[in-house]
Design a protein around this ligand. Structure first.
Ligand code: GLA
Length: 392
């Protein structure tokens, strides 16, 4: 599948720029558990999925960066030497931001044509922006004949999103999209950036159900939640000497500071403290092959995200409720930044197609909306794809 996407973009690139280029790709990701924990140094458990942004890059001699988006059928050109921190509000802020961030990192990027095209559903909590950022970074590093380690690539892509595009986000998406590998979920410690690759038992499939309610990290709600979290964290840092990041706080620490923070901050922090603990338990459950336990933790995580974090939405709650009535489903929850997007469901392999049919039917009956559903297996991240020679 990916080979076709790559060849199709190569052809377009060749027609537009008169020469073939080098091909790179980055996948999308789904987060199994650990939501809104990343920007306070906590734990997350994402895996890469089989949607991709493909990037084709070739050199040009005039010192310009020319970006072409196959999705928008639009071309944008900037002069690399005079590139400042000046986002335009358009799609090209993501790749341009990565160029800006690479230059800040000291990477010398000469003139290039970069074509991008992707099939990652937009605004669905599956990291379409990180996919574009990481595909761009891999392509421009290849073009500059430079190599950077995974942590650096993830961090500079996050900086592009935070400081150039102007969207708050943690490190999870960029790290997962760059560093995941096939058939494994990733347990990432967002403080140390150490990670572990965990097996997903063969007898399950991860099913993603898109509520079709769109959200964007760049709009206010994600920022409201992260501000509430950061305000709570600041109180804990001030009052509890051992707490450097919210990750270090216990529920007792939080309780002791209850009257010093807004009730919103208290609840948001409670979600994060309990969520970090759930990720650690989910890791143990996976290693023991205990899918019942793993699924139960997903369901708890959903309730905490809905009630304490107040970032679910009615439609995704409906998807999760339908899923949990199906015997073949071990667990389900909302995934991603919240306020719409997708549910992630862990389902018995042999019943996955049946599960999809039931969820689609019942969701349409309850909401009038046709959900897109995908049966996924963990895919390779951009580094693994590049190691395998780009074209898988
Ligand atoms: C978005 C952000 C991530 C993370 C999730 C919530 O995807 O980009 O950094 O905070 O939301 O877990």
């Amino acid at each position: 599948m990916k080979v076709e996407k790559e060849q199709a973009l190569q052809q377009i690139h060749q027609q537009r720029f008169g020469k073939a280029g080098a091909i790179f790709a980055a996948p999308a990701r789904v987060n199994l558990i650990g939501e809104h924990t990343d920007y306070t140094g906590g734990f997350v458990m994402p895996m890469a999925i089989d949607f991709h942004t493909v990037a084709v890059v070739s050199a040009r001699e005039d010192g310009r960066a020319v970006f072409y988006s196959g999705n928008y059928d639009e071309e944008v050109s900037v002069k690399i030497d005079s590139l400042g921190q000046s986002p335009s509000g358009g799609w090209n802020d993501y790749p341009t931001g990565v160029l800006w961030s690479l230059r800040k990192e000291g990477v010398d990027v000469g003139g290039f044509n970069l074509s991008l095209a992707g099939d990652v559903p937009l605004g669905s909590g599956l990291s379409s922006s990180a996919s574009v950022e990481v595909a761009t970074a891999m392509a421009l590093l290849g073009h500059a004949k430079a190599e950077l380690p995974l942590e650096k690539v993830a961090t500079l892509c996050r900086r592009a999103e935070n400081d150039y595009v102007g969207a708050k986000s943690g490190i999870m998406d960029q790290f997962a999209v760059a560093g995941c590998v096939a058939n494994r979920a990733m347990l990432l410690d967002c403080r140390s950036l150490e990670y572990e690759l965990l097996p997903l038992p063969d007898q399950v499939r991860v099913v993603i159900c898109n509520s079709m309610v769109k959200h964007a990290v760049a709009t206010g709600e994600y920022g409201d939640r992260s501000s509430e979290v950061e305000a709570g964290q600041a109180v804990l840092q001030r009052e509890r000497p051992g707490v450097k990041l919210l990750r270090d706080a216990t529920l007792q620490d939080l309780e002791a500071c209850r009257d010093l923070m807004s009730s919103a901050s208290f609840k948001r922090c409670r979600h994060i403290i309990t969520e970090n603990a759930r990720v650690v338990k989910a890791r143990a459950a996976l290693l023991q092959g205990d899918l019942e336990r793993f699924g139960a933790l997903l369901v708890e995580a959903h309730a905490s995200f809905r009630d304490d974090f107040a970032a679910s939405c009615e439609e995704v709650d409906v998807l999760v409720a339908i899923a949990m009535q199906q015997e073949e489903c071990f667990g389900a929850r909302i995934t991603g930044g919240g306020f719409g997007g997708c549910s992630v469901n862990v389902v018995r392999e042999e019943a996955a197609e049946q599960f999809v049919a039931t969820v689609r039917r019942e969701y349409a009956a309850k909401t009038g909306i046709e959900a897109d559903c995908f049966v996924c297996t963990p895919a390779d991240g951009a580094f693994a794809l590049a190691r395998k020679g780009g074209v898988a």
